[in-house]
Design a protein around this ligand. Sequence first.
Ligand SMILES: Cc1cc2nc3c(=O)[nH]c(=O)nc-3n(C[C@H](O)[C@H](O)[C@H](O)COP(=O)(O)OP(=O)(O)OC[C@H]3O[C@@H](n4cnc5c(N)ncnc54)[C@H](O)[C@@H]3O)c2cc1C
Length: 385
Amino acid sequence: MSNESASTKSLYGVKNPFMAHLKVARELTRPGAAKNTWHYEIDLAGSGMEFTPGDSLAVQSQNDPALVDSIINTLGFSGNETVPNPKGGDGTIRDVLTAVSSITEFDGKLLKAVAAKTGDTTLLELTAPEKKEELNKYYWGRDVLDVLTENPSAKFEPAEFIGLLRRLNVRLYSISSSLKAFPDQVHLTIATVRYESRGRQRNGVCTTFFADRVTEATPLPTFIKSGAGFRLPEPNDDTPIIMCGPGTGIAPFRAFCQERRATGARGDAWLFFGEINRATCFFYEDEWQSYLADGTLRRMDTAFSRDQAQKLYVQHQMLEHSRELFEWLERGAIFYICGDASRMATDVDKALHDIIAKEGGKSPEQAREYIEAMKTAKRYRRDVY
Ligand SMILES: Cc1cc2nc3c(=O)[nH]c(=O)nc-3n(C[C@H](O)[C@H](O)[C@H](O)COP(=O)(O)OP(=O)(O)OC[C@H]3O[C@@H](n4cnc5c(N)ncnc54)[C@H](O)[C@@H]3O)c2cc1C
């Protein structure tokens, strides 16, 4: 079977997810870490669900019941009011706010309705097309409860209120296991999102659903989202691979290593990993050591940003080993990058250009062409979010 085919005939989707169950939850970060990252193992037994390393798992989570309560109380509802369920049929407003509607993200529909009730023209103007930038600033760090508490004179009927909310979307997670190593299971590597905004603690919907509320008994609606562009070379191929996955970006590369060990892949593999501290955030350290010992990995370079006076990131480690990295590229290596799209992916992309220019004796324009050729040949593969 080719690498592409397993996940393309997925049996499940957003409308008919598989109800999976959590089997194992293990914190990867150690005490003292600035944030918390967890390893989750989910049981797929009986599902017939198949996936390929590079795919993601979509999870339909539920909202924080404490936040649901606060909204219900602020609106003066009991929670038992019957409302149309946007998925079909009717339900109580509590159930719909818990499982169907988004109560963290919202859009102009809610703001327009609030402005219409309060007569707040400033709020209404924010929803004009030319005010996009201001509107994004307004959204940042605000949830539905903020909008209600900032506009106490806006009163709604239960069904009217539900009609103003967006749907609660699935969240995607890069799969961090291979079915060849762990049949009937899917592993995820998830950083829990928590922050404070406007004087209140905020919890990422899906990450804190996993961290705080999912038990073995909780049905987890899931399906596979194909990562068709993010695939390993065929197992008997000699193509070297370079994997750059700081933070939770490491997830698909754990799946890649498991798959390559199981298939006896021959090509060289080089892993770059980065996090904040070695002592608290070296995720799956023992596993990487075993892959280095048996040759699944040829080499691994790490960058722990706060372990020395000068901040050290994966792109610095790439530059440090620029000659070898360019040699690998010249041997036809595929370069994979996974993780943070906002800064890391840009910094790594720049480092790659600099390495090719320096080690290949190329002008910036020629380095750009070299990378374009890599992209055309599908040798530069990105899974960034
Ligand atoms: C293909 C793909 C693969 C992914 N793989 C992984 C993975 O392997 N592991 C992983 O952990 N994640 C992964 N993600 C991200 C994941 O899908 C979720 O976006 C993430 O876990 C947050 O989900 P949440 O529901 O907990 O947070 P949400 O409720 O969606 O909250 C996150 C949002 O909160 C806001 N926010 C965050 N911090 C602040 C702040 N300080 N101030 C104000 N607002 C803030 C931002 O708008 C942010 O988008 C992946 C995403 C994609 C698209």
